[in-house]
Design a protein around this ligand. Structure first.
Ligand code: ACO
Length: 427
């Protein structure tokens, strides 16, 4: 006999035996439990704290142990040994590429980095002070107009071409958004340098004949891209899958994911961390700031995670990458404040009992700033690598016969049914 859960409904005296598989109760089975009026039992889970919405083989997190794996490989090994494009291939296709597969994949991505000129004009049409994420979101959603065969999640319609196109174009779109904000001319991609180097060149090249960023900085950004490539069913990935559930193709879904990522509680957190560190201003103000957090005056941005109740493994790698970057760029003066915040928070009863540890965003902003990025670019730097994860999850959802259009329930709290009152009789 399989595993079951026996439930006795004290409202009706009925007993039910519900199947349990993979440690999970099917929400539909709960609906079999009816009250005296025949209403089925519904689970209430705002924020989907304890609701699995899909089967997925892309990423695995063990929040209590601080483990993150992509397709079974520990994030620490991938960050140390792989390029971002190698990891993107792994996420999309489920296996690390062979040498020949990687060569072909890199070639394909390199040859799709140009964007349609009209998308460039679209970016140009934004006000200069528009947030790069607003431009990125619009530019990505516009791509389905340029590649209309991608509109639907029909897997006969060249999803692999769309996947290559989007992974390839993200750095170009993000770099053009940035150069537009800075009032600088666009720099076009080259087909003979790596993905990350191309991105840095499109961002930072000025009058140099052959701009080449410091390879140690290219490596640091490569590591950050690997760490941000996927994180299973987080807010933006759930958004991608939700939009995909009505049959949408990759550009529409990823642009919705970019919107979700934009929020300060998700991808916008590292921008908020830097703002917070600047507001604190000096290491001597840290205890007072922590007191304010504990009395509910502010959140300690970059701390806490819905899933990790231990040190976020990505934060550990980022912290050591920060030291490598600072060897090249000089130490970011805000680092001292960040280290002191972490030191105090990790000992403080408020944070310890709530199991609040640094997350991926706590140190990433400091590195990005040292690399020369404006804070407004930070979330775009998250969106570029996360595109591989979003697309892997999009494709997994589109291939999953179990997936249905997303349509949750609600608990209605409005007025009971009432009848129309003509305007001259309303109080
Ligand atoms: N600072 C202070 N207190 C916090 C923090 C924080 N950063 N995070 C959580 N808490 C407290 C809450 O006030 C709450 O306390 P209470 O039980 O006394 O009410 C308790 O810890 C639980 O917090 P929730 O908000 O219920 O936890 P949830 O899982 O919903 O939120 C989240 C997770 C959004 C990440 C939260 O920890 C947070 O706001 N952190 C700061 C923003 C941030 O760094 N986001 C990046 C997340 S990583 C990523 O998206 C890439």
């Amino acid at each position: 006999m399989g595993e079951t859960l026996t439930i006795r409904d004290n409202r009706t005296g009925e007993t039910y035996e519900l199947p349990v598989s993979e440690g999970t109760l099917r929400a539909k089975d709960l609906f079999r439990i009816r009250d005296a009026d025949g209403h089925g039992l519904v689970s209430f889970d705002p924020g989907m704290f304890n609701t699995a919405t899909c089967h997925s083989s892309v990423a695995y997190i063990h929040g209590d142990k601080g483990i993150l794996d992509y397709r079974g490989y520990p994030i620490e090994e991938l960050a140390e040994r792989c390029s971002y494009l190698e990891v993107a291939y792994l996420l999309v296709y489920g296996e690390l590429p062979t040498g020949a597969q990687l060569d072909q994949w890199e070639y394909d991505i390199n040859h799709h980095m140009f964007i349609p000129e009209n998308v460039k004009k679209l970016i140009d049409a934004f006000p200069y002070d528009a947030h790069p994420m607003a431009k990125l979101m619009s530019a990505v959603s516009s791509l389905h107009a340029f590649y209309p065969e991608s509109r639907e999640a029909d897997l006969h319609l060249s999803p692999h071409l769309q996947i290559r196109r989007l992974i390839a174009k993200m750095p170009t779109l993000a770099a053009f958004s940035y150069r537009h904000s800075a009032g600088l001319p666009f720099v076009y991609p080259r087909d003979d340098i790596s993905y990350v180097e191309n991105f840095m060149r499109m961002l930072f090249m000025m009058g140099e004949r052959d701009y080449r960023p410091d390879p140690r900085l290219v490596h640091a950004l490569e590591v950050l891209f690997v760490l941000h490539a996927d994180h299973e069913q987080n807010c933006s990935t759930t958004t991608v899958r939700t939009v995909a559930s009505s049959g949408n193709g990759p550009y529409t879904c990823v642009s919705a994911g970019i919107g979700a990522l934009f929020g300060p509680l998700h991808g916008g957190a590292n921008e908020a961390v830097l703002r917070m560190l600047r507001e604190i201003g000096d290491v001597s103000h840290v205890p007072e700031f922590i007191r304010g957090v504990k009395t509910g005056g502010a959140r300690l941005m970059g701390f806490g995670h819905r899933v990790y109740k231990n040190y976020d493994p990505r934060a550990r790698i980022i912290k050591s990458t920060a030291h490598d970057v600072f060897e090249v760029t000089g130490v970011n003066p805000l680092l001292e404040i960040a280290l002191e915040l972490e030191r105090i928070a990790l000992e403080d009863e408020y944070f310890v009992t709530r199991r609040l540890y640094p997350n991926v965003d706590f140190y990433s902003g400091l590195i990005y700033e040292a690399l020369g990025f404006e804070p407004e670019m930070f979330t775009a730097l998250f969106a570029i690598p996360r595109t591989a994860g979003w697309l892997a999850q999009w494709m997994e959802g589109a291939n999953d016969a179990e997936q249905k259009i997303v349509r949750p329930k609600q608990i209605y709290t409005g007025p009971a049914r009432r009848h129309f009152v003509p305007i001259d009789q309303r109080g």
